[in-house]
Ligand binder design. Structure first.
Ligand code: HEM
Length: 187
């Protein structure tokens, strides 16, 4: 069943391709899991089991960083479908700003984690492997990067809330098919 009125559906480039859908939902899932893991590990930071949480967090975080870079590269060669032209200009602009903010945040957040880990005593690890130490450990510098890392999580949470609110508006108010094109199997 189609979910958009004909006037909202350009003939070319309306749908996201399969890879864009996979990359979107995989990064969404991993970012939620990483946030939950980050907060959990901070709550149990001084318990004997904590180091394992840190290793998993750093390792999966590096994979998420690679995924976001891959997603940006994919996007360069596969332009995103347009939004309906009947949308008010301010909404189109707001949607672009939130998307740019999300990508910047998805890059800066893991990069701040990497910078913190590089300056920490335990270093940057990827599952069993300790990656080459590029800088001398410095507790204060590591903590500053972790402060930025923790603050960016809140910025990401805020941007995701605005992003989800926008998506729900398309689904419930505008009913223009924009929501459905990011839902697998709803073409
Ligand atoms: C990819 C997305 C990531 C998300 C969503 C994320 C999320 C979080 C969260 C929610 C916290 C707890 C912050 C707090 O409450 O203060 C945290 C802490 C931490 N993250 Fe990440 N993280 C990510 C990537 C990374 C990466 C790539 C690394 C390093 C390779 C990393 C290393 C750390 C470390 C070491 C801490 C503990 C900081 C401290 O001791 O204050 N994170 N992260």
């Amino acid at each position: 069943m189609k979910h958009f009125p004909p006037q909202a559906m350009p003939t070319v480039g309306w749908h996201y391709d399969r890879m864009a859908l996979v990359l979107h939902w995989l990064s969404a899932l991993l970012l939620v899991a990483m946030t939950a893991l980050g907060w959990t590990m901070m709550a149990i930071e001084h318990t004997p089991g904590a180091p394992l949480y840190f290793i998993v967090h750093k390792s999966v975080g590096l994979m998420v960083l690679a995924l976001v870079v891959g997603r940006l590269l994919w996007r360069r060669s596969h332009p995103v479908p347009q939004l309906p032209s009947k949308m008010p200009a301010w909404q189109l602009r707001a949607s672009q700003l939130v998307q740019v903010g999300l990508y910047l945040c998805m890059l800066a957040l893991p990069l701040a984690g990497v910078a913190g880990a590089l300056h920490s005593k335990s270093g940057l690890v990827f599952f069993g492997y300790t990656l080459p130490r590029l800088v001398a450990p410095n507790h204060d510098v590591a903590e500053s990067y972790y402060d930025i890392h923790g603050a960016l999580v809140w910025l990401l949470v805020l941007l995701v809330c605005v992003h989800v609110a926008g998506a729900l508006k398309h689904r419930l108010v505008d009913k223009d098919g924009v929501f459905e094109r990011m839902v697998p199997g709803r073409r």
